[in-house]
Design a protein around this ligand. Structure first.
Ligand SMILES: Cc1cc2nc3c(=O)[nH]c(=O)nc-3n(C[C@H](O)[C@H](O)[C@H](O)COP(=O)(O)OP(=O)(O)OC[C@H]3O[C@@H](n4cnc5c(N)ncnc54)[C@H](O)[C@@H]3O)c2cc1C
Length: 530
């Protein structure tokens, strides 16, 4: 066992109280293990929730580097214990242990029933997953060049699902061994994906990887449900929780992962009930757990490609030729980031140009020159987050005064964390080689040396898949309520098809309103079905 080479802070190791231990003892089995015994290893498909009564165990990455140790009253595990994903780390005994092993299903039920235990365990799981994302050499290994669209799609998929990943780009690493792995492979066979445990897949779709990791639920070629929710951001998850808890057979699909844009937010400061703010990962992980608790079925990655309104049932067809017939549909597909109108932007995307600033990006950007582009609150949050991570951050925005578009508290935070603000600035060209940005030119001629760029330029609605199935406004957002000839605010031009959240014309683009609209849509679904 080696000491961790990673400069990353160890993930949290909270302890459980004596009464919590005795609750868990009733549900599990007490076992012992000797020093050196492996409790579970990278690639295992299943493992129990382990609570240490006495002794100690270490968590190692796949190369044997130690990440953290857990002792008496501590517990092992992270988010994959709930999601069913393959294990990313190995747990090995470092001092003889007596431990309680609780089957995953029993833990899941207990977390629904025991609030205080659920708080400790869930918060630790979520923080550990955030920590694991910062450890290099862990999780999925993706080998493929940034010039391959399939490779970039896979990297995006892993990032948006917050899967720990290592991306080896043969066009960049200069390692002949990495280049040899994918030499001569055509685009259809790219990327090479190595799963935890060593299984290799050539040119898999995100769905295949998702199911191989044990995350994805396989849908039947035709599903029939009461309520289909398309999109699993805050609006879709809101509809899922209320739909399923009120007895509707509810299926949620998402083309990427669970959580939507909110899942990408570093810190949501204005969500009711969280005065200290809450990370997007935590908010959406909690919502997903809650939706599953009420028996909503969540399936990813399944992208809707058309909607055919029907009499008793509406049919949504998916990209892989499956179809879902639903008595009511809630469209919650949100909006997608706007890109810069620059020809060679895609050469840099995913390498040095990003649309979200999470832990891996913050680590990448430490001590580097970085620009965040945009004048909204999401740009301000990203700039502060990156600056706190040690990057030298400049915020570029188009207007003359940032206060026109950004909340005052964030403008003050920018100042506090040393973010340089450049007003009236628009990027005209990017300069660099092999996807690595070196500088940008601004309209007006100035040239800024930069290694990374984060774009927060607003969003376009994800509604192309609907064609003219429902009416949309001039910008593509879905018309509802009076504008759609409906007698309630969320119904579209088709009876039984509702829109909620950012995708809806005129909606307030905020998490809380998206959740509220999702919940409200369910009440309207009930009225429609009645
Ligand atoms: C970086 C950032 C920070 C933010 N910070 C805050 C904040 O502090 N406070 C706040 O209130 N708001 C914040 N927001 C805004 C907030 O996240 C959004 O208003 C909210 O996520 C909208 O929720 P939604 O469910 O309507 O859509 P989204 O969150 O956009 O979710 C839509 C989902 O639909 C899926 N989808 C799209 N098309 C399809 C298809 N054809 N088939 C299947 N699935 C599809 C997408 O993959 C996505 O998961 C922030 C946004 C960003 C990007």
């Amino acid at each position: 066992m080696q000491q961790s080479s990673s400069p990353v802070e160890p993930p949290p190791s909270p302890t459980l109280s004596a009464s919590q231990l005795s609750t868990l003892r009733e549900l599990g089995e007490e076992r012992t293990a000797e020093t050196g015994e492996v409790l579970y290893r990278v690639g295992d498909r299943d493992y129990p929730f382990i609570v240490i009564v006495e002794g100690e165990a270490a968590i190692l990455d796949s190369a044997g580097n130690e990440i953290v140790r857990h002792g008496a009253s501590g517990f092992l595990g992270e988010l994959n214990l709930l999601s069913g994903q393959t294990v990313f780390v190995t747990a090995v005994v470092t001092e003889p242990v007596r431990y309680i092993a609780v089957p995953r299903e029993a833990l899941r039920t207990l977390l629904y029933e025991d609030g205080p235990l659920s708080d400790v365990v869930l918060s630790a799981f979520i923080a550990r997953r955030e920590g694991l994302q910062r450890v290099s050499g862990l999780g999925l290994e993706i080998v493929g060049p940034h010039s391959s669209k399939a490779t970039m799609r896979m990297v995006d998929f892993a990032r948006s699902n917050r899967l720990p990943l290592t991306w080896r780009d043969p066009e960049r690493v200069g390692d002949p061994a990495v280049a040899a792995l994918v030499e001569g492979l055509d685009e259809a066979k790219l990327p090479l994906v190595r799963l935890p445990g060593g299984t290799e897949l050539l040119g898999p779709s995100p769905g295949e990887v998702s199911r191989a990791l044990g995350i994805g639920r396989e849908l039947a070629p035709r599903e029939e449900v009461d309520l289909l929710v398309v999109g699993a951001g805050p609006a879709g998850l809101g509809a899922a929780v209320y739909g399923a808890s009120e007895g509707l057979d509810t299926l949620v699909i998402d083309g990427t992962g669970l959580g939507g844009q909110a899942g990408a937010s570093r810190r949501i400061e204005n969500y009711l009930g969280f005065p200290a703010g809450i990370s997007g990962t935590e908010l959406t992980s909690r919502a997903v757990t809650q939706a599953v608790k009420f028996d909503a079925r969540l399936a990813t990655p399944y992208r809707a490609k058309s909607l055919e309104p029907g009499d008793g049932r509406h049919v949504v067809r998916l990209e892989d030729d499956r179809e879902i017939a639903a008595r009511a549909v809630v469209i919650a597909t949100g909006a997608q980031y706007r890109r810069l109108p620059i020809d060679d932007l895609d050469q840099y995307e995913g390498m040095s140009v990003f649309y979200a600033a999470g832990p891996p990006e913050a680590q990448l950007c430490g001590a580097a020159r970085v620009a965040v582009v945009g004048g909204g609150n999401s740009a301000g949050q990203a700039a502060v987050w990156l600056s706190r991570g040690g990057a030298l951050v400049t915020l570029l925005h188009r207007r003359a005064d940032l206060r026109e578009t950004m909340s005052d508290y964030l403008v003050r935070e920018l100042d506090r964390y040393g973010v340089a603000v450049r007003d009236s600035s628009e990027i005209a060209a990017l300069h660099g080689t092999d996807g690595q940005l070196e500088a940008v030119s601004l309209k007006g001629g100035a040239r800024l040396r930069l290694s990374y760029l984060f774009l927060f330029l607003g969003a376009l609605p994800c509604t192309d898949w609907l064609a003219d199935a429902v009416e949309r406004d001039g910008d593509g957002f879905i018309r509802t309520g009076a504008a759609a000839g409906a007698d309630n605010l969320l119904e579209t031009t088709v009876r039984g098809v509702f829109a909620a959240g950012d995708v809806r014309s005129g909606s307030t683009k905020r998490c809380a309103t998206a959740v509220g609209e999702g919940a409200w849509a369910v009440q309207l679904v009930h009225a429609h079905l009645a």
